[in-house]
Write a protein that binds this ligand. Sequence first.
Ligand code: FMN
Length: 353
Amino acid sequence: MPGVVGPLKRQLRSAVSDATLAASVHNSQPWHFTMIAQGVAVRVDPTLRPRIIDRQGRWLLQSLGAAIANLELGMRVRTGRTTRTQVFPDLDPHEAGAASGATATLTGAVVAVVEIADDARGDPLDDRLHTAILERRTSRGPLYGDLEAAAWDTVMAAASAAGDGWHIRALRPDPAQTAALVDLTRAVEARWRDDVAYLAEVQRWTKPDGGRGIPPTLIGPGDPSGNVPRREFAVSPTSPRRAPAPSGDTAAPSTDVFEVSPRLLVLAGAPDGPTTWVRAGAAMQRAMLAATAEEARVGFLGQVVEDDEARARAGDLLSLRDEALLQVLRLGAVDPTRHPRRSPRRPLREVLG
Ligand SMILES: Cc1cc2nc3c(=O)[nH]c(=O)nc-3n(C[C@H](O)[C@H](O)[C@H](O)COP(=O)(O)O)c2cc1C
């Protein structure tokens, strides 16, 4: 950690620790942090990451963006100063494989540098979002209660103001758009379940190893009604494909009552390329933190983004013109006694250095 000494070093280290609590695809935590003179550089971790669901690196870079959002909050709250974030333009779509559809490598690439600026920080939302970092978790169970209007406003504002000039649009689909998006998601999810490479990848990431992956105990049964086509993690290439909902599309019989129609938050932005994906990840993380601060929970319904055709159709039905669909989240209030347990994390010594 050249050039970083004393209290600043401790503050930056704590901020990196905040960053490691961010959401990441399949809990892959594909990040590596290096301290620099007045801040932290964020790189793509050179080890394993999910590739089948993420050929282009969208989810990889959204995971990095989520960590960057936590890092910014941690640095601001811990130093009392504002931050300046530079996302590197050499993450161009060709490098990431977006244009060719090839599997992105991006290994070791510096994605961003977050530095402490001179001004005293002033955004009161920072404190609320920072406090929520420890509490936030991905929900995969029912999210049946709606948020108050003011809570929605906070979530939308937090997502839309994801740092200096990071303009990602958060929108709430109307009921007809929601129904159509859920149908599209259900179709993508059904296709995935016939894909042996996908099933093998899911199986690998649900066997936690070295602080990565999703423990099966955190997955829980799906929605027996089939109304919420969340990602099914309890399938494997060797076990027979489960019968589709409503006859019981779950790892174990479920008595859970899922919401009839999920309450969706959609993120959209342009251009549809790596820098935007990093920014979308920051917006996603901030939306999740704001929801947590408002005592609501967030789950993912982003399968539609993983399929080129479905993503384009979803963009049409949401009337996105020059913007791409970037992420779909579902929000709701839940029984507080059902707060999910925390997923594991890699040790700080492995990701900082
Ligand atoms: C880009 C991205 C996509 C994700 N997609 C899904 C998903 O489809 N289904 C799901 O249950 N969780 C999804 N997650 C949540 C991760 O599994 C979760 O963040 C990770 O297991 C760590 O758990 P935590 O969020 O509770 O800290 C996604 C996270 C990210 C960042």
